[in-house]
Design a protein around this ligand. Structure first.
Ligand code: HSE
Length: 404
């Protein structure tokens, strides 16, 4: 029997416990032996839990217990989680995690420590919640040059956009719902402003391109400026508004990596990814497109991937999983200035339509029934730098997004 520990008893941690307990038979069958939770580390008390004796507040109990061979770090953050993960690996315990902030920031180092100690550091749940994407990225897709990764990577914002689009509900009300459903981060700014999606596209890029992609270099814009009016124009253009994390490979092996809301054509498979669901569309030079779809946030969906990694660590306790990338200081992220796409632009003012036509010759003008004093258009291809210049010349632009 394997003795395991869970660090953090929040939404995901309690889900991990629930799966290991409720699905004990299937877990044991797949791991080849039972996995028993010996400790749960959390600063809070859980007196009503059926096993309050398992709860501890002192990390060193886990660190110093040689019986513990697998630890699930589901605390979140990059402070204590980083220190405890490192100490677990140095103490001879494999670690699995859903902590995308930690993997994005310190993944290369933690993987290297795991390797030196002949252990595993696995993080399937860090991207796409319950969707299998990390392992496909390092196994099934490796015969390809990854031309592009295009992902709906944040369940909270997709849920919010979906509710805004379908029900016309305000942004604030939708966010409250997502928080109540346990999808949002402790600080939902990370969801809304795109930081969570940024970490996830950075991790996917790390894996796909083998080099460390620093989140600071991934230009990131969230959904807080999107209005119901933008959503209406998208509908008229045959599109839906989606927050996308994207990585695009250049011929010189650099990449564009960014997060931004987009007008996504309804003909794209990403357009029908609704609610808390995530999807990652990978484009390989040999395979072409493959899309990975499923529940991207939530207790059991995320915990399902964490427990699968625990099982994987048990199965591979004597041989390391080949998983990782190097942080050798090389930056492969190219600034977005030269990245070209079509754009949606919205402008207010009685002369908005005329101004848009002048600024973007040949653009397709959009108009909404009964709406005056503003106009919107879909432009031809323009680089980011060209669009910035146009926006500066136009003065205050009410909204703009790339098309996909
Ligand atoms: N807050 C995240 C989301 C949780 O909404 O997608 C899963 O990473």
């Amino acid at each position: 029997m394997i003795k395991a520990a869970i660090m953090g008893y929040g939404t995901v941690g309690s889900g991990v416990y629930e799966i290991l307990d409720g699905n004990a038979e299937v877990v044991a069958g797949n791991a080849g032996q039972e996995i028993e939770v010996k400790y749960v580390l959390d600063l809070r008390d859980f007196p009503d839990h059926p096993h309050p004796e398992k709860f501890i507040k002192d990390f060193s109990i886990i660190e110093n217990d040689p019986e513990i061979t697998v630890v699930a770090e589901v605390m979140g953050g990059t402070g204590a989680a980083y220190e405890f993960t490192k100490r677990c690996l140095l103490a001879g315990k494999s670690v699995v995690t859903s902590n995308k902030a930690l993997v994005a920031k310190h993944g290369a180092e933690l993987i290297a420590i795991a390797k030196e100690n002949n252990l595993n550091y696995e993080f399937e749940a860090s991207v796409g919640g319950g969707i299998p994407i990390i392992r496909p990225m390092v196994q099934c897709l490796t015969a390809n040059n990854m031309l592009a990764i295009t992902g709906i990577l944040n369940g909270t914002t997709n849920y919010i956009l979906n509710r805004m689009i379908r029900e016309g509900i305000s942004f604030d009300a939708c966010l409250k719902e997502a928080q109540a459903l346990g999808y949002a981060e402790a600080d939902p700014t990370a969801d809304v402003e795109g930081h969570d999606a940024c970490r996830k596209i950075a991790i996917l890029s790390d894996l796909a391109y083998g080099k460390n992609v620093a989140t600071e270099l991934v230009e990131t814009e969230g959904i807080s400026k999107i209005t119901l009016r933008d959503v209406d124009y998208a509908e008229q253009a045959g599109c839906v508004v989606k927050l996308l994390g994207r990585a695009v490979l250049n011929e010189d092996k650099t990449i564009y990596a960014f997060v931004a809301p987009h007008f996504v054509s309804k003909s794209s498979p990403l357009a029908c990814v609704d609610g808390v669901y995530n999807a990652i569309l990978t484009t390989g030079d040999m395979l072409g497109d493959a899309m990975f779809y499923g529940q991207g946030a939530g207790k059991l969906a995320t915990a399902s991937a964490v427990v699968a990694d625990m099982i994987d660590c048990v199965i591979h306790s004597k041989n390391r999983r080949r998983l990782g990338w190097v942080d050798d200081g090389e930056n492969i992220v190219r600034p977005l200035d030269s990245f070209a796409s079509r754009w949606y632009v919205r402008l207010t003012g009685e002369d908005a339509a005329a101004k848009l036509s002048e600024a973007f010759p040949g653009a397709q003008l959009l108009a909404l029934d009964g709406v005056t004093g503003e106009a919107a258009c879909l432009t031809g291809e323009l680089t980011t730098a060209e669009m910035q210049a146009k926006k500066q010349a136009l003065g205050t632009v009410a909204g703009s997004m790339r098309l996909l």
